[in-house]
Design a protein around this ligand. Structure first.
Ligand code: SF4
Length: 443
C-alpha cells in the first residue's frame, strides 16, 4: 500500500499536465498511481485557486483525508499547486494533518520531499515541510520526456512556459504561478518528438499566455516555436492555449495559416465586450482592437474556429455594459464561449473594488449570456451538417456507445463504431448538430 500514490487534480490543463510530470517523477522512486485515495500511501492534491468553488472542493477533500490519516498514520499527505502557493502556512494551521506544502516553483523538489517523509515515518518523527519559494524562477523542466506519465495515448499536453506577467485585476495566477518563464525551444521539440515516437498524434502547447513565449530568453518566439513543432516528423496535429489578444501577432497568424499540422482553432479569451470593464480588468485591449484581430484571423485562416472566455458580474458592471457585451457576442459569432461568474479572489485588485454585483444578478446575466451563445454555437454547428470532417479518434464516448473524437477545429464528434482504432484519423459525415457536439457516421 505504501508505494501507491493518489494525485487529485483541480483546475486547468496546466495542472493536469503537471500531474503527469509528478507521476512520472514519483515512478522513479517506486510509486504507482491509483484511482482511490484509500489504497494510497501517498496522497497529493494538486490545487487551483482561480475560483472559490475549486478551493472549496479541495478543503472538502482535505477533510476526508483527515479520517484516512487517523486510520493509517503512515499515510503521507501533501498539497501542491496554486492553493499551496497562495495559502502557504495557513493550510497547515487549518489542517495540521497536511505533511507538506510545495509551491508552484518547487515542483522539482517533490521526490526529495516525499523521501523526507518516508524516512520520518520510519523513524516515527513528524514535522511539516512548507516550501513556496522560487515562484518566479523555477521551470518544472523534466530531465527526459520519457518519464512523463501521460494519461492519453493519443494527445499530449506540453507546457511551453510558466507564469504570467499580465496582472488582470481579477486573476490570482501571476501571484501564485510567478512571472513568465519560457522553456528552452529545443527541450520542447525533444519532448514532442519523444511523444510522437510513442504514438502521440496531437500535442497541445500550454501556457497562460503562449503568445508571449520566448520574450524572456529570446531564442525563439511563439511563431518560431510553432514552425519548429510543425516540422517534427510524424506529428499530426498541433494545438495551443491560451492566447492573450494583446500578444497574438500577425506572425503567429501566418504560422497557423501556413502550417501543415497547426489546427485551425484559436481560443482567444475576450473576457468582456465593453471598454470600461475591459479597462477595469486591465486587459489592455479595446473591443475595437479585438474586433479587428478577429477580422484578421478570419481573413487569413479559412474555416477557423474561434472560442472565447467571458466573465459576467465583474465589479461595476451595469445593465448597459452587459447589454453591450451581449451585442458584441452576437457580432463576434464565436464557435463556443466558456462563461464564468466573477468570483472575488483575495489578494487581487478586483476583490477590493466597490460596486460588487449581487449574486442573483450575476446568475441572471450568466443565464442570458449562455442562452445567446448557445444559439450562436448551434447555428454554426448546423452549417456543418452534410460535411465530411477529419476526426482524430480519442476513445469511447462517456454516455453513449459511440466513438468520440475532435475535428481540427476542436469540435467534438460522436459516431457509430467502425473498424477504426483509437489514434486513427477517421472521416466522418456530420448528420446532426447540437450546441456542444456533432453526431455523424463514417464516410
Ligand atoms: S493573462 Fe490575465 S487572466 Fe490570463 S493568467 Fe494572466 S493574469 Fe490571469
Amino acid at each position: 500500500m505504501d508505494k501507491k500514490v493518489f494525485i487529485g487534480v483541480y483546475g486547468c490543463q496546466m495542472n493536469f499536465s503537471d500531474a503527469e510530470r509528478m507521476e512520472g517523477e514519483l515512478r522513479a522512486i517506486g510509486y504507482t498511481r491509483v484511482d482511490e485515495m484509500d489504497e494510497a500511501g501517498l496522497i497529493i492534491l494538486h490545487t487551483c485557486c482561480v475560483r472559490e468553488t475549486a478551493e472549496d472542493k479541495v478543503y472538502g477533500k482535505i477533510g476526508e483525508i483527515k479520517h484516512l490519516k487517523r486510520k493509517n498514520p503512515r499515510l503521507i499527505f501533501g498539497i501542491t499547486g496554486c492553493m499551496a502557493q497562495k495559502e502557504q502556512e495557513a493550510l497547515i494551521k487549518r489542517a495540521p494533518h497536511i505533511d507538506f506544502v510545495l509551491g508552484t516553483g518547487r515542483m522539482g523538489e517533490l521526490n526529495d520531499t516525499v523521501k523526507i517523509f518516508e524516512e520520518r515515518i520510519s523513524a516515527s518523527k513528524s514535522n511539516h515541510v512548507i516550501d513556496t519559494s522560487n515562484v518566479d524562477t523555477d521551470v518544472f523542466e523534466m530531465p527526459d520526456g520519457d518519464v512523463i506519465a501521460r494519461q492519453s495515448s493519443v494527445s499530449a499536453w506540453v507546457p511551453i512556459m510558466y507564469g504570467c506577467n499580465n496582472f488582470c485585476t481579477y486573476c490570482i495566477v501571476p501571484y501564485v504561478r510567478g512571472r513568465e518563464r519560457s522553456r528552452e525551444p529545443q527541450n520542447i521539440v525533444n519532448e514532442v518528438g519523444q511523444a510522437v515516437k510513442k504514438g502521440i498524434r496531437e500535442v497541445t502547447l500550454l501556457g497562460q499566455n503562449v503568445n508571449s513565449y520566448g520574450k524572456d530568453h529570446k531564442k525563439a518566439d511563439f511563431a518560431d516555436l510553432l514552425k519548429m513543432v510543425d516540422d517534427i516528423d510524424g506529428i499530426s496535429r498541433i494545438r495551443f492555449m491560451t492566447s492573450h489578444p494583446k500578444d497574438l501577432s500577425d506572425k503567429v497568424i501566418d504560422a497557423i495559416k501556413n502550417g501543415r499540422h497547426i489546427c485551425e482553432h484559436i481560443h482567444l479569451p475576450v473576457q468582456y465586450g465593453n471598454n470600461n470593464i475591459l479597462k477595469s480588468m486591465n486587459r489592455v485591449y479595446t473591443v475595437e482592437k479585438y474586433r479587428s484581430l478577429i477580422k484578421d484571423i478570419r481573413e487569413a485562416i479559412s474555416d477557423v474556429s474561434i472560442t472565447t472566455d467571458i466573465i459576467v458580474g465583474f465589479p461595476g458592471e451595469t445593465d448597459e455594459d452587459f447589454s453591450e457585451t451581449l451585442d458584441f457576442i452576437r457580432e463576434m459569432e464565436f464557435d463556443a464561449a466558456y462563461t464564468f461568474i466573477y468570483s472575488p479572489r483575495s489578494g487581487t485588485p478586483a476583490a477590493e473594488m466597490g460596486n460588487q454585483v449581487p449574486e442573483d444578478i450575476k446568475h441572471e446575466r450568466l443565464h442570458k449570456l449562455m442562452d445567446v451563445q448557445n444559439e450562436i454555437s448551434l447555428a454554426i454547428n448546423k452549417k456543418l451538417v452534410g460535411k465530411t470532417m477529419e476526426v482524430l479518434v480519442e476513445g469511447e464516448s462517456r454516455n453513449e456507445n459511440m466513438w468520440t473524437g475532435r475535428t481540427r477545429t476542436n469540435k467534438i464528434v460522436l459516431w457509430e463504431h467502425g473498424s477504426e482504432k483509437i489514434g486513427d484519423m477517421a472521416r466522418v459525415e456530420i448528420k446532426k448538430a447540437q450546441t456542444w457536439l456533432l453526431k455523424g457516421k463514417l464516410a
